[in-house]
Design a protein around this ligand. Structure first.
Ligand code: SF4
Length: 734
């Protein structure tokens, strides 16, 4: 629903009343929120957080708030955000990392907060461009439908028929599920958009979306879209952004922001993208040849015996030759890179291989030969791009002369892809040849999958970029997450996103503890007699311990790994015995994540072996999850190229990369894993860490200091198991 914007007069009166509003009244037992949100439980931390958000918004400050699990963060920022937005003609953008949270905000929390406040503030969810349908690409594919697989042809026609019912062409709103490959040819991604030159611009879904968004005062987006918008506005002096102007920003799930910004401000080009670009120009599909250049030639041949037609056809044929040469030279170069990375790249435990691009490679003859090949690719590709651009321009001029405006689409699309090929080759050359100061550059590949080879560049620091392009562009901002502090300090995180560059008097820092009673709800255990997890006997000892642990907890456990190798080894050893114990083993990747979680929940005795993505963002409240085992402290892999380059930079500036990067990163990740267990006020269970460095190493105290006040047991395996038996038999749930 999109309520109307308030009038200036009513907004002014709202502003006055907002100033007089005691936000705390929304968060009590008999509050309007309690009436609007079924099952609402008042929490003092939520009211405290709302006050800090209001303070930031109303004093043009920047707030950084860590709010422990269960605080009810979203309502704590939505209520002040609604008041703030309703207080004048101003707009707030809320950016989250996950689509789940975006949907929760627009479908549940925002309607409830508006009901509770009695305000009418229009809001909308806006996704990245590639989630929406492009009418021009759809029409182009309709002309070329013969090349689609018969199954896709049916889907395409169904899609076409349901278009009339779509408001914005959002993939999620389409009644027909569209396979990824087909959607990739239809979405409104910016690279394929012809913008003001598009003949379908008047009916463009994105245009309609933009118009409607401009009437909203609260806009919910993801981190990526926020960053994309900032970059586009930066390049076009505010002209072409996706989002209308906004004055306040709230970033939720902010612990991801640095990582997303690093990807966003970086660049890369892969072999598969290279091939995809050329396939748009010219490709063979079985006996058929297709692509923009082919269509242009066909159109030219159909144009009758116009003067100069033979010459134009001859120049198109010449471009075909150049395209083949460029494609071939580039492919040969990527395959050489693949060979090089197999022989010289660093193999990660996950199987991927990396080769850092540093000055050290300059003396390597293979490297220099590969650079010469790249130079040759650049020469051929540049010539081809120039020819493609030239024939596109000429075709456009001919069309305009002949008054065929609607035909402009084809030459425009061709010149657009030519520009993208030019940008791709430029990325490859610049990343390979440097300079590399302030950046990490590398080649990476999944073994045996040559098409995954890519060259990548990432900034070592995004703090200045975020400060300049994000926080520097708004009047006020709020960053929040359940995990921003390491050892009770926000300093590390603030420095990573450039908040240390803002005058300290403008920054409000707040740590809101979780409302949960961890002392009674959670037991934290570390069996200190297990061997170091790099030792040969670790696996056998850990497995023996886990059998006893899982018997006590009756499964209902997540085993969280930092390594797929260890995960696989342990799963293979334990799965049959677990089944014999009457427990149900699950393994990450055996099916879709949400299906897997549902199966785990309904089993009531599941043991899930999982890594990476299950350390965070997974919510299994209730008894189905009663134990979380963290197999190892989650330190970054030292050979990860970005981590390695960042560590080198800290060292070269005289710093200690372990203390300044590795440790705080690991603590934040550890807190995320820890946070999987207690999701509700009535949850109980145990978190067990099978990494005795936590107790034996001096740095272990940083992890302990980062945890909420809870019951702890550090001792031999049998002591830990004994306490666990008591916990699950007594205070904990049986
Ligand atoms: S303006 Fe861009 S997104 Fe919209 S229909 Fe045209 S090409 Fe597609």
């Amino acid at each position: 629903m999109k309520p109307k914007l308030e009038t200036a007069e009513s907004a002014a009166s709202t502003a006055r009343s907002a100033r007089a509003t005691d936000l705390r009244r929304f968060f009590g037992d008999a509050s309007a929120l309690a009436r609007a949100v079924p099952g609402y439980v008042p929490r003092p931390g939520q009211a405290e957080m709302a006050e800090t958000v209001w303070q930031a918004l109303s004093s043009e400050a920047i707030a950084v708030i860590e709010a422990g699990t269960g605080t009810g963060k979203s309502l704590a920022y939505l209520i002040p955000a609604i008041y703030w937005a309703a207080g004048g003609e101003r707009r707030v953008v809320i950016a989250t990392h996950t689509i789940n949270l975006q949907e929760q905000l627009v479908n549940k929390d925002l309607p409830a907060a508006l009901q509770a406040t009695g305000k009418e503030v229009p809001f909308m969810l806006v996704k990245g461009r590639s989630n929406y349908l492009c009418r021009r690409r759809l029409a182009a594919l309709a002309d070329d439908i013969g090349r689609l697989h018969p199954a896709d042809r049916g889907i395409f026609l169904d899609l076409w028929r349901t278009l009339g019912t779509c408001q914005y062409g959002d993939r999620a709103e389409l009644k027909v599920p569209c396979p990824d490959e087909l959607w990739a040819e239809l979405n409104a991604q910016s690279e394929s958009c012809l913008g003001q030159y598009c003949p379908m611009q008047q009916n463009c879904f994105l245009r309609k979306l933009r118009q409607d968004v401009s009437e909203c005062q609260i806009i919910v987006v993801n981190h990526h879209l926020l960053l994309a918008d900032a970059a586009i506005k930066d390049q076009s002096q505010n002209e072409a952004g996706v989002l209308p102007e906004y004055q306040a920003l709230i970033v939720d799930e902010a612990h991801h922001f640095e990582e997303v910004a690093t990807g966003y401000f970086g660049r890369e080009i892969s072999y598969s993208e290279w091939l995809k670009l050329w396939r748009e120009v010219y490709r063979r599909d079985g006996k058929q040849i297709n692509g923009l250049l082919v269509h242009l030639r066909e159109r030219e041949s159909r144009s009758g015996d116009s003067p100069g037609q033979a010459a134009r056809l001859a120049s198109i044929d010449e471009v075909f030759d150049w395209c083949s040469r460029a494609l071939e030279a580039g492919s040969e170069w990527f395959e050489t890179l693949a060979g090089m990375i197999v022989s010289a790249g660093q193999r990660q435990e996950s199987g991927e291989r990396y080769l850092r691009i540093t000055g050290n490679l300059d003396d390597n003859p293979n490297w220099n030969a590969m650079l010469s090949m790249l130079q040759n690719v650049e020469t051929i590709a540049s010539k081809t791009v120039a020819l493609l651009t030239d024939i596109s321009m000429r075709a456009m001029a001919d069309d305009q002369l002949a008054g065929r405006d609607s035909d402009l689409t084809l030459p425009l699309a061709l010149s657009n892809v030519a520009a993208r090929i030019k940008a791709a080759i430029q990325t490859a050359v610049e990343v390979m040849t440097g300079p590399h100061q302030g950046k990490a550059s590398w080649i990476e590949m999944v073994p045996g999958r040559t098409l995954t080879v890519k060259v990548v560049e990432r900034p070592l620091s995004v703090s200045h970029l975020i400060s300049e392009k994000i926080t520097g562009q708004v009047e006020t901002a709020v960053f929040t997450s359940a995990t921003l502090t390491a050892a009770n300090s926000l300093k590390y995180w603030q420095s990573r996103v450039g908040l240390d560059l803002i005058p300290p008097e403008r920054v409000l820092s707040k740590i809101v503890p979780s409302p949960f009673d961890y002392q009674s709800q959670l037991l934290f255990g570390v069996p200190v007699d297990l061997p170091d997890n790099r030792a040969d006997n670790f696996l056998a000892k850990a497995v023996a311990f886990l059998y006893q642990l899982l018997k006590i907890t009756r499964g209902r456990a997540f085993l969280l790994f930092t390594s797929y190798r260890m995960l696989t080894a342990m799963y293979d050893i334990m799965k049959e015995s677990l089944a014999e114990m009457g427990l149900t083993p699950f393994r990450q990747g055996e099916c879709d994540r949400s299906v897997l979680l549902e199966k785990f929940k309904t089993s009531g005795n599941g043991v899930l072996f999982a890594a990476s993505s299950f350390w965070e963002g997974v919510d299994v409240p209730g008894e189905a999850l009663s134990c979380v085992v963290l197999m190892k402290l989650p330190f970054a892999v030292p050979t990860d190229p970005l981590f390695e380059a960042r560590s080198e930079e800290i060292s070269s500036n005289g710093g200690n990369p372990f203390a300044m990067l590795s440790l705080p990163q690991a603590v934040l990740r550890f807190k995320q894993g820890f946070g999987r267990l207690i999701r509700r006020i009535d949850d109980h269970g145990a978190v067990i860490v099978l990494d005795n460095r936590l107790v034996l190493k001096p740095y272990g105290r940083f992890f302990f200091e980062s945890l909420p006040d809870c019951r702890m047991v550090k001792g031999s395996s049998s002591e830990v198991l004994h306490v666990l038996r008591d916990f699950f038999g007594g205070a904990g749930r049986a």
